[in-house]
Design a protein around this ligand. Structure first.
Ligand SMILES: Cc1cc2nc3c(=O)[nH]c(=O)nc-3n(C[C@H](O)[C@H](O)[C@H](O)COP(=O)(O)O)c2cc1C
Ligand SMILES: [Mn+2]
Length: 475
């Protein structure tokens, strides 16, 4: 049986009342403007645009994919009402168990319903939006998979790297330094060879999720995606590059990036909530094959003022990753981690611990701020006691307001790992930043004398809930 695809995902959303259909919005500015409105808070529905002026009916655009916890749950095959911390624990298990399924090659699939090469090929046939008013162009690849093959080992890697469309057969791709795609491409170019590349812009969102997560170097994201889906991903071979492409993808194109072939790209509104990077020269993809399903759906995962579709879903994963790394570093009794969406799921981390000894909170905070999963582009780490739900910002702020002593409880760290996307990094050429670790736990030496918290005992709570559950708000 074929894999679940984007259309199955859309059906699931419709049944769960998680999808809004909108007809008649134009690609120049209205789709982008509407998506921004949908992303002003989490929990809004996904949006499916059709009847885009100037394009055939049925050529659709889908956005605001994973900005709600229920939709992330549904994508992973979990009950829609699984709470945040359940999602964090799902990712913790996924990272520890490392379940994988290798992809399965098939001869053909729906993505080959329409295949074009040469003069017939036209990347401009889709209603690719200009997502933000001040963007430098139209981005066909945001919620995408960019697939490459290591020239030495044959390792297949895919990541979400943005792709701007320029002409009928020309796009660009932007891989930041150190990303696997950047490393692989440079290996071809150092020996003067063109780099084969394939871009997929519409597939089951579980495949997209993996594209944006830091799957370790040398590992094939298709294997990891198979682990998420619970089955091997069926792939066809790209006719010109031989690269694996999901058989039921909506839109895919393949071609070559030649050495020193660059072109102006950007800016794009980014996940920190600012236009970043400006206009830069980025690698050109000379497209040789374009494939798409009948009535294709272009998928967008749009960065913007967070919470946004670039960073939100990664928050629960990052929380799980930081939690696992704290444990691996020997920090005991970590009870929860939450990467807050408003910081793009990177800039703010809250760690809850059950304090065991003097200095425990400081240790947890400093390690969270510097471990691999937490270090990049962080600004705040806040450590709280285990009576505080780290995902509940009211309670976190309450703890900061009532348990934090600025004289002892704050460490400023300088010269840390960040990015030029961080508006407060030192400079374009020195993208390090400064950050702070805040201990908002009850002071260890006052643990027995700290004022008692005004909350009924567990026993009283249970008694009133047992007796009055019909009239009480859900716990
Ligand atoms: C929606 C979305 C857009 C992204 N855009 C880019 C991008 O344009 N360039 C980039 O280098 N990373 C981008 N990322 C981050 C990478 O996808 C992420 O770091 C991933 O781990 C890269 O794959 P790799 O580890 O195989 O290099 C984006 C992530 C998401 C979710
Ligand atoms: Mn990778």
């Amino acid at each position: 049986m074929a894999n679940k695809d984007l259309r199955d995902w859309i059906d699931t959303l419709e049944k769960a009342d998680q999808l809004q259909k909108i007809n008649g919005a134009n690609h120049e500015e209205e789709i982008g403007g509407i998506v921004d409105v949908y992303q002003r808070q989490t929990g809004n529905k996904a949006v499916l645009f059709d009847e885009v002026p100037g394009y055939p009916k049925g050529y659709r655009v889908l956005a605001n994919l994973l900005t709600s916890v229920p939709r992330i749950n549904l994508t992973l095959g979990m009950p829609a009402d699984t709470p945040e911390i359940g999602l964090v624990n799902y990712w913790r298990g996924y990272m520890k168990d490392k379940v994988t399924h290798t992809p399965k090659q098939v001869e053909s699939g729906p993505v080959m319903e329409n295949v074009f090469g040469g003069n017939e090929l036209d990347l401009l046939k889709f209603p690719t939006p200009k997502w933000h008013e001040l963007d430098g162009g139209r981005y066909i690849g945001t919620g995408c998979m960019v697939i490459m093959r290591d020239p030495d080992t044959g390792w297949i890697n895919y990541g979400a790297y943005r792709s701007q469309v320029h002409e009928r057969n020309i796009a660009t791709v932007m891989c930041s330094k150190g990303k696997h795609g950047d490393m692989i491409m440079r290996r071809y170019h150092e020996r003067g060879e063109p780099c084969p590349i394939a871009v997929v812009c519409g597939m089951h969102p579980a495949l997209f999720m993996v594209a944006g997560l830091e799957i370790p170097y040398g590992k094939n994201e298709y294997d990891a995606a198979g682990g998420l889906l619970g089955e091997s991903v069926e792939v066809i071979h790209g006719p010109r590059t031989g690269l694996p492409i999901p058989a039921n993808a909506e839109i895919a194109f393949e071609g070559f990036v030649h050495p020193n072939d660059r072109r102006d790209e950007g800016p794009l509104g980014e996940w920190t909530g600012y236009y970043a990077g400006g206009l830069k020269q980025e690698p050109v993809i000379r497209v040789e094959t374009l494939m798409h399903r009948n009535n294709p759906i272009l998928m967008g995962a749009i960065p913007g003022i967070p919470p946004d579709d670039d960073s939100f879903y990664r928050g629960s994963y990052r929380s799980g990753a930081v939690w696992n790394q704290l444990e691996a570093a020997g920090v005991p009794e970590v009870k929860g981690v939450w990467a807050h969406a408003a910081g793009g799921s990177r800039l703010w981390l809250t760690v809850a611990i059950k304090q065991q000894y003097g200095g425990h909170a400081k240790q947890a905070g400093l390690i969270a701020s510097q471990c691999h999963a937490g270090a990049y582009a962080n600004r705040f780490v806040v450590v709280v006691d285990d009576d505080i739900d780290p995902a509940d910002m009211d309670k976190v702020i309450w703890a900061m307001c009532t348990r934090f002593d600025p004289r002892e409880g704050m460490e400023v760290l300088r010269g840390c790992w960040s990015t030029a996307l961080d508006p407060m990094s030192y400079s374009e050429t020195d993208p390090r930043n400064a950050r702070v670790v805040i201990d908002a736990t009850k002071p260890w030496l006052r643990r027995d004398t700290f004022p008692a918290v005004v909350r009924p005992s567990k026993e009283l709570d249970q008694r009133v809930f047992a007796k009055f559950k019909d009239v009480l708000p859900k716990r």
